[in-house]
Design a protein around this ligand. Structure first.
Ligand code: DGY
Length: 433
């Protein structure tokens, strides 16, 4: 027995082997797809998590993953949320719909990509991978440093006008259909959306995916950005959809702290990074909701907080904050479902246990919440989050997400980032982070 609920060492070894197999299975040579079929390209934060998973058994491959990701960076510093290395008719919306060729900041000759970004976790994993083998990692870290600087600089300039980091599209938060955006999404009509056929619901049960009302607006926002040639300033000024989000804010805050550590290790100047951290810390305060006693999203068009208790509400610890964190609210949520951390408050009428970001548990969010709690010395809560994640995977496999009440696996299977956080964190064999 390993001491972590009832898992034998044989079972743990079996799961470790299965997780490694999944990473190899989804490896397309230099980059990893989240899962075949449903997501056939390189996604930004999925890829950074994949690097973290590879680092448990193949450091060289881990660096390659991050290097491929950062090679897709636009001239303006943005690292796109999808890189379309190949063409795959099984996915919508593809490169033709995004229409980023000739976009502001794209630069010639870069791989076809989407026109938005995703949570900036790359620097945090670059720092971890480097620490596992500084000798092997120093040159690669040095090569990546200017790109990571440009990425963070872009985020601050293009998305942090309120101090907190805003999304220009729900896909940018990674939490696509979170209730956080309901007000902002209802604030415009998706008029003029060209006819389209969804592909996601051909791979996965529609009740586990966003609704048509959401999808029409996702595509409308893509058209809106494309019409402005993906000009960040024009989109920020004119789009009806602009929401400051705790996921982007706290992942960037953490990534800036890790980038500052990288700068120290490389003997580079960290002054600019420290300025970003100060700004993000002030911005995070604008996301505190006294009514729900946790971090929330704020619709920058109306100024209103969303009133949503989500798994992103508990990322402040990961961001490095210690004072005034939502511990009471976390305790309430941990008591509300046997498997933590639900992506949405199970006591809310809007909760849906299988619908993507409106209830299910996501391993990657659990890892960031759990590691943050552990770093803050909240051992009991940290262990609860970690052992729930391990239990979900052991009982239900490496699914994309899980129902927090009964563990039902949902979304895609053989999922890269679920395998990655198993190897790097949830497995009893994982190294202490
Ligand atoms: C999808 O296609 O569902 C993705 O989440 C978009 O990034």
């Amino acid at each position: 027995m390993t001491g972590m609920f009832d898992m034998t060492t044989e079972r743990v070894d079996q799961l470790d082997a299965e997780a490694r197999r999944i990473l190899r299975l989804n490896d397309r040579g230099g980059y990893t797809v989240p899962t075949a079929g449903l997501y056939p390209y390189q996604w930004n934060w999925d890829s950074a998590f994949a690097a973290f998973g590879f680092a448990a058994f193949d450091i060289d491959r881990a660096w390659t993953e991050l290097e491929t990701l950062m090679a897709g960076q636009w001239e303006n510093g943005m690292v796109p949320h999808i890189q379309f290395h190949v063409s795959d008719p099984g996915y919508f919306p593809g490169a033709d719909v995004w229409g980023t060729d000739g976009a502001v900041g794209k630069g010639e000759g870069r791989v076809a990509s989407s026109g938005i970004s995703q949570p900036a976790v790359a620097a945090s994993f670059a720092w971890r991978i480097y620490q596992k083998d500084p000798g092997a990692g120093m040159a690669r870290l040095r090569g990546m440093f200017p790109r990571l600087m440009a990425f963070h600089r872009w985020f601050i300039a293009a998305r942090a006008e309120s101090g907190a980091v805003a999304i220009s599209h729900p896909w940018e938060a990674g939490r696509d259909n979170a209730p956080d955006w309901d007000e902002a999404m209802a604030g415009f009509e998706p008029e003029g959306v060209a006819a389209y056929t969804r592909r996601d619901t051909g791979h996965v049960d529609p009740k586990m995916r966003p609704t048509k009302a959401d999808y029409d607006r996702y595509i409308w926002l893509v058209q809106f950005g494309r019409e402005r040639k993906w000009d960040d300033a024009a989109i920020a000024a004119e789009s009806p959809f602009r929401v400051a989000d705790p996921t982007l804010t706290f992942t960037l805050m953490r990534a800036c702290r890790d980038l500052a550590r990288i700068a120290d290790a490389l003997g580079e100047d960290r002054t600019e990074i420290d300025g970003w951290i100060t700004r993000l810390e002030a911005g995070a305060e604008t996301l505190w909701n006294p009514d729900t006693a946790c971090y929330d999203s704020r619709n920058l068009r109306t100024g209103r907080l969303a009133g949503c208790v989500t798994n992103a509400s508990f990322l402040g610890w990961w961001g490095g904050l210690r004072d005034g964190q939502p511990l009471d609210t976390l305790h309430r949520i941990l008591a509300a479902a046997p498997y933590s951390v639900p992506s949405y408050d199970p006591t809310s009428p809007k909760f849906e246990g299988l619908r993507y970001w409106r209830g299910p548990v996501w391993g990657v969010m659990n890892m960031m919440v759990g590691v943050g709690l552990a770093e803050a010395g909240l051992k009991t809560e940290a262990e609860r989050v970690r052992s729930d994640t391990a239990r979900l995977i052991s009982e239900h496999g490496f699914a994309e997400y899980f129902d927090p009440h009964n563990g039902t696996p949902a979304g895609g299977g053989t999922f890269t980032w679920t395998a990655a956080i198993w190897l790097g964190w949830a497995s009893p064999n994982a190294e202490e982070l």
